[in-house]
Structures are given as C-alpha cells and as structure tokens.
Design a protein around this ligand. Sequence first.
Ligand code: SF4
Length: 244
Amino acid sequence: MFSILKARLFQGYRTGAFPPAAPKLPPHFMGRPEVEPEAIPEDAASICPVGALDSQGEDRGIDLGRCIFCGKCAGVPGIKFTREYRMGAMTRGGLLADGRHFEPDKQQNEVIKKLCGRSLKIRQVSAGGCAACELDFNVLNTLAWDMGRFGIQAVASPRHADCVLVTGPVTKNMRLALEKTYEAMPRPCFVIACGSCAISGGLYRGTPESSDGVETLFPVDLYVPGCPPHPATLLEALLRFLGK
Ligand code: SF4
C-alpha cells in the first residue's frame, strides 16, 4: 500500500490538460485542410488514391469522409493542410472542405443532450478495421486522456450501450454482427462512424467485401474523419456530440 501511494506521489497527475487547454499534437499532424476550389488544377483529382479530392465537379474540394490524410495533395495549389483537429461533424455535408467558412457544428438534438449529456456508454464494433482506429479509441481510456472524467465509457454489451462506435468499412463477414449489435441496443440509440473506412469505406470503397461504411446500414449521428482520427479529434467530437 505504501509503495502504491509513493508511486502515485512520484508520478503526479498524468492526465493531459485537454480540454480546456489545446491538445499537444505531433509536428507532422495533418488537420482539416483549407481549400481554395478555384485554385485547384483540374487534373489534380488523379493523385488522390481514394477519390476524396474533387477538382472538377460541383463539390470541388476534399471530402474528409473519404480522405485518408496521406498528404499526396498537400503541395497542390489551393490546398493547405492546417492543424485544425476539430473535424468531427454531425452531418455528412459537414465533412466537405470546399472553401466555405468552417465552424464546428453544435449538437441541436435535445434528446441526445438530455439522455447522454452526463453519461455516454459506447459499444465499439470493429467491422473489419485494421486496428488503427480501434487503438486510438482505446487510448481515450488511458489515464493520459481519461474520457471517463466526462462520463464516457466503453461497455462490453450492446444492452448497456447508448451508442455503437463503428470502425472499419463493414466487411461482409462483420455485417450481421453489426446489425445484431444495433438491434440489441435499447432505444433510442445512436451511431458513430469513426474513421474514413466507417464513414465511406475508405481505401476499401467499392471492393466486393466492403459495405462502403456504416451509413449503408443505419443512419449515422456523428462522423469522425481521419485514418485514424487523432484521439483529440475523437474526444472533441464526442464532447460536442454530447452538447458539452
Ligand atoms: S490527403 Fe486526402 S485528399 Fe489528399 S490525396 Fe491523400 S487521401 Fe486524397
């Protein structure tokens, strides 16, 4: 007992100051891009491996729901990646970086604020994920991020969950398991798509084994882009989702 107390005293308080302080992001962090659609060359879309960059159509810009933040377009005229980590959106349209003024959206759904504002239980389902999104969600459980201090917890059973947080493109093999998880949750329940695979299929979009994201099965209440989303991006999106 004494050694435990001594270790605690020696280690001090390890949970990061985010929030309210800004998160410490790595030097190579790529956040929400600033886009000038008119300046993007018409043939630029060909360099994007996932079809996230539209350089000709009506939605000129970058679809963050597809972008894997590979950085290939970082030197293209009209595209500048910033360190804006607040990228989660409650509508699919909120993921389009098209040069319009960007402001993170606020939770308007009073039911979500009332039911989940003080406690959110999350059942995480890896529906064919590569483990990157899963690991960065797990990081939020560590003492460095400690999402439990906001009442957010991962739970083992969908019967105890308010929402399902889906990672991966929803492979054929995981489709039934995800549907059963969704059905097992008490109503009302919510769906969070975490990472480009869960939002749109990501790198696996269009392949026969992929369902191209969770939206093809259920309505999504929160989209968190990234490949994987940085823990700060995910935590900030979850807090905004709860109306905090
Ligand atoms: S950073 Fe995103 S938009 Fe740019 S090339 Fe890579 S995947 Fe495409």
